[in-house]
Design a protein around this ligand. Structure first.
Ligand code: NAD
Length: 423
């Protein structure tokens, strides 16, 4: 049976509600709030009719789930993938509400998606799909309503087309309605590396509390895309030892530490890690091996469900720092926690991306561009504060980092709903 991602998201809220309920004197009101939080406020669905290059018209199933806007406009990406489903979009929109509340940025959560494989359409068909989707969304989005962004298989190109369609419809400029735009159209400096950078700020705060020394701390990083590369590069620059990295083809290991930019160049030249020539600087390992290497910190930065019941018992680190979305299954996490492995959760570790998206929105609303230094300074403050708050709750309540993050986030959202008199 397929695991429902949305059922998982609802269970996570229920789990933390048991603990959080103690803080609310009016139990009935609290219970109603929890039930509301387990449903998106609105789910928009449609069939986009798009003309193909052949002249025929094809229908594409599209969604936008607007989960909760008690703390600010809905915020969340748009993914193009054959496996997109309403269930997945609803789950992802719930996690966006949680993520924005964890780092305390003034947004609710949303997610959008279209069921199709972008590799199987032409560039002009892709543009027409983006424009049809933006036209469908236009009455339901806006800088103070719902702010979409890129996600799986979308990027600044798609955001530019959608912005153009949206602005044509409304009749004026509104760059703050989309984030993840090209710099020339109001994108923020520092967005490309933001998610990796945010993860490194989490690593630094955690290392300080655990008394970890940078040059003695070994990290294994699964995934070498935007997130894995930037996380590894920025951690290496600070002196951490990256002993292993991988892409979908395989992994590389060196007990002395790998040189990240050298590997990036080799990957560029040879296409994938498994094609790299033999070298004394690294040994080739399998993807499975990377996940069970002995190191201080394992950083899954590729896929969902990378650590599950099948391999969690063999994970051989003291800490898992989740950079991908949902890389540890709930059952896998139970095993890790039993082994006293700390799991620093995705809703904190990869929140650097949405935080710099928030900075992009702020800059657009002011018609002003920040320097990259300012972006990174402000990102550091937000991520470090969020880590400290979670760390305090972990120790006060003797709960996991994930539960502490949910505890803080769900409380923030429920309090906002109550203050608005929605319950
Ligand atoms: P990406 O497509 O740029 O990179 C994914 C990487 O994972 C690639 O290097 C790919 O080769 C590798 N990979 C795929 N299968 C693998 C396997 N079995 N073993 C090892 N490596 C494998 O994607 P990304 O933007 O880096 O995103 C990675 C994760 O981070 C995703 O879960 C994404 O949802 C999450 N995330 C990304 C951002 C962002 O700003 N890009 C923000 C928040 C969360």
């Amino acid at each position: 049976m397929m695991i429902s991602a949305f059922a998982n998201a609802k269970k996570q809220i229920d789990d933390v509600a048991e603990l959080l309920g103690e803080d609310y004197s009016n139990k009935k009101r609290f219970k109603i709030a929890v039930e509301l939080l387990k449903k998106p406020q609105r789910v928009l669905t449609t069939n986009l009719k798009v003309k193909l290059d052949t002249g025929k018209t094809k229908s594409f199933r599209a969604f936008r789930s607007q989960h909760n806007n008690a703390r600010g406009p809905y915020k969340g990406g748009i993914r193009f993938h054959p496996n997109v489903s309403e269930d997945e979009i609803k789950a992802l929109s719930t996690w966006m509400s949680i993520k924005c509340a964890v780092v305390d940025i003034p947004y609710g959560g949303a997610k959008g998606g279209i069921i199709f494989d972008p590799k199987k359409v032409s560039e002009s068909e892709l543009q027409r799909i983006c424009r049809a989707y933006a036209k469908f969304l236009t009455p339901h989005i806006g800088a103070w309503v719902d702010v979409p962004a890129p996600d799986v298989n979308t990027g600044e190109k798609e955001m530019a087309w959608m912005l153009e369609t949206y602005e044509e419809k409304i009749g004026y400029h509104s760059p703050a309605t989309f984030t993840g735009k090209p710099i020339a159209l109001g994108g923020s400096l520092g967005r490309t590396e933001a998610t990796g950078q945010g993860g490194v700020f989490v690593l630094e705060s955690y290392a300080k509390h655990q008394g970890l020394e940078r040059d003695k701390s070994t990290l294994a990083v699964q995934g070498f895309g935007n997130v894995g590369y930037w996380f590894s590069k920025l951690a290496e620059e600070l002196g951490y030892k990256i002993v292993a990295v991988s892409d979908s083809s395989g992994g590389l290991y060196s007990s002395k530490g790998l040189e990240i930019d050298e590997l990036a160049e080799l990957k560029e030249k040879h296409g994938s890690f498994s094609n790299l020539p033999r070298s004394k600087n690294y040994e080739l390992i399998t993807n499975d091996k990377l996940l069970t290497l002995k190191a201080d910190i394992l950083v899954p930065a590729a896929l969902e469900n990378a650590i599950s019941v099948t391999n969690a018992k063999n994970v051989n680190v003291k800490t898992v720092l989740e950079m991908a979305n949902g890389p540890t299954t709930p059952e896998g996490e139970k095993i890790l926690l039993r082994k006293k492995i700390n799991v620093l959760p995705d809703v904190l570790c990869n929140a650097g991306g949405v935080t710099v998206s928030y900075f992009e929105w702020v800059q657009n609303l002011h018609g002003y561009q920040w320097t990259k230094e300012r972006v990174n300074e402000e990102l550091k403050v937000i991520i470090t504060n969020a880590f400290e708050e979670i760390h305090t709750v972990v120790h006060q309540k003797k709960i996991s980092y994930r539960k502490a993050a949910y505890y803080i986030a769900v409380k923030r959202i429920i309090d906002a709903m109550m203050l608005r008199g929605r319950i």
